[in-house]
Write a protein that binds this ligand. Sequence first.
Ligand SMILES: NC(=O)c1ccc[n+]([C@@H]2O[C@H](COP(=O)([O-])OP(=O)(O)OC[C@H]3O[C@@H](n4cnc5c(N)ncnc54)[C@H](O)[C@@H]3O)[C@@H](O)[C@H]2O)c1
Length: 357
Amino acid sequence: MQQVDVGLGKRGYPILIAEGGLAGIGKDLGQRRVGNRYTIVADSQVAELYGQQLLASLAATGLTANLLTFPAGEANKNLATIADLASQLARRGTDRKDALIALGGGVTGDITGFLAAIYMRGIPFVQVPTTLLAQVDSSVGGKTGVDLPEGKNLLGVFYQPACVHIDTEVLATLPPAELLNGIAEVIKYGVIYDADFFAFLRQNRPAILGLDRVVLATVIHRCCEIKAAVVAADERESDFRRILNFGHTIGHAVEAASEFAIGHGQAVAMGMVAVMKLAVAKGIFAREAADEVRQLIVDFGLAPVIPAGLDRQAIKSFLSTDKKAIGGRPFFVLPERIGTVLITDAIEEALIDQVIA
Ligand SMILES: NC(=O)c1ccc[n+]([C@@H]2O[C@H](COP(=O)([O-])OP(=O)(O)OC[C@H]3O[C@@H](n4cnc5c(N)ncnc54)[C@H](O)[C@@H]3O)[C@@H](O)[C@H]2O)c1
């Protein structure tokens, strides 16, 4: 078992990483006394795969738990799902001393965290991420929320979990395309924060794609360390935390313009390649370094270019309505070297047009 602590004082919490860790969650929650009773929230697919295993782990320690499900997919990360789950909690008599457990990918984590934050003005919750993306990124840091028809993640709050349990074994059932979504975020950490980690990813690519246990645990541990350090320095994204958005400004616009046919990580990979072009054009980032990152993205099997068929006007309009844009001006995270980035909104429109063309 490896542990990373998110240093947020009273709101701080541990991230516990273990192979086969699902089995030990009941014992750990029994010791931590996160809630009197537990409701596991999972999407239909993850409930089928791991719901009974987690229920059994809690029951083995004498904890009372039940399972609520919703249909899998980003399209269900909305208020209707929140309302439905909240009604079910109320009907089952869930009270303020009970806790929720998010078992699943980023969609489940965002929904469950938001529900925990607003049900009876806030009850505790635990993250049990089951996609690589959720294990290295979305389960840590307390961003929760749902989408509106008008845009992604437009409703939400910062609400930190009581702890995060990562079982690396569950990645064995993850479809390859979902693994790649997570890989894009993993590469992001190397570029924004840690050149040695970037080199490690280059050296260990086959082992990572082959789900080598030791290498994978090292990757997840390092990503969680970086995310925890960034979140501890700037919990509410007033400035520094924005570095985590490398590739995301354009990536989110691509994701939205494709009506979510392009997955989050895949879109982020395209966004990273596009902003590196901005950084090279501005003379901030060396072309050779940009080529090195692009090559790693390609070697992992991620597409580096925005598909030709995707409407550029739609991408541009999503860029200006991005929720992080101020006065319609999006900001960009540009690498200076591998391992260091800067944040700017001073990019000419013509240059943006050029890189997304
Ligand atoms: N809160 C944050 O900080 C943050 C950060 C990044 C992304 N996000 C959000 O995360 C979401 C994307 O997360 P995601 O990519 O995990 O998507 P997801 O939760 O939809 O999971 C992807 C698919 O994988 C399936 N799945 C999950 N675990 C599995 C397993 N172990 N085996 C087999 N199938 C499994 C799910 O059922 C789903 O169909 C987006 O909504 C994004 O906005 C949030």
